[in-house]
Design a protein around this ligand. Structure first.
Ligand SMILES: Cc1cc2nc3c(=O)[nH]c(=O)nc-3n(C[C@H](O)[C@H](O)[C@H](O)COP(=O)(O)OP(=O)(O)OC[C@H]3O[C@@H](n4cnc5c(N)ncnc54)[C@H](O)[C@@H]3O)c2cc1C
Length: 141
């Protein structure tokens, strides 16, 4: 078998990686199970996002505290700063997050001290991963 890139695993990480690689690369994704059997499909609660600039410090602190301050601060910064763009991307792939009127509905969970979690019913992981999988399956072979 010849290919440019092999991705092991087709949870959200593997799928999103595949969608963000250059289109001229030949990619093979391998998984030890069915494509629908991963933790990503099981995740229920939701996905955190930077609501507005005022929330940055609190979001950063909550994330560092949850990681017992062992997190790589630069990675946390990248995660927070890119969160809105990732959400826009997911919506572009057809992912539906709960709304209140025209605006996203934010909830609070886990280590988050403020509501900054987007969700889809109680099956956010399935909603996200199934749409990413669909998008990956449409990539040219
Ligand atoms: C019940 C539950 C609820 C959760 N709720 C939330 C939540 O609300 N919010 C949140 O942010 N996170 C939540 N999580 C955590 C979240 O699901 C994971 O952090 C995330 O899905 C990890 O994605 P991933 O792509 O890295 O891994 P996974 O989704 O675990 O995917 C790993 C992939 O690698 C494959 N694989 C593994 N080993 C091998 C191997 N040796 N050879 C080939 N393939 C292999 C697997 O088959 C799978 O396809 C939850 C997790 C669970 C289990």
């Amino acid at each position: 078998m010849k290919t440019d890139i092999v991705i092991v695993g087709c949870g959200v990480a593997g799928l999103y990686c595949a969608l963000n690689l250059p289109r001229d690369k030949h990619i093979i994704i391998v998984t030890k199970d069915t494509a629908q059997n991963s933790d990503s499909f099981l995740a229920q609660g939701g996905i955190c996002v930077l609501k507005d600039e005022e929330d940055y410090d609190s979001f950063f602190e909550d994330t560092m505290r949850a990681g017992h301050y062992e997190n790589n601060a630069q990675s946390v910064d990248i995660m927070i700063r890119s969160s809105r763009a990732v959400i826009d991307d997911l919506v572009g792939y057809g992912v539906r997050f709960e709304k209140e009127g025209e605006e996203f509905a934010y909830t609070k969970e886990g280590a988050h001290s403020k509501p900054r979690i987007l969700f889809h019913q109680d099956e956010t992981g399935k909603e996200i991963t199934s749409h990413l999988l669909e998008a990956v399956q449409k990539l040219p072979t």
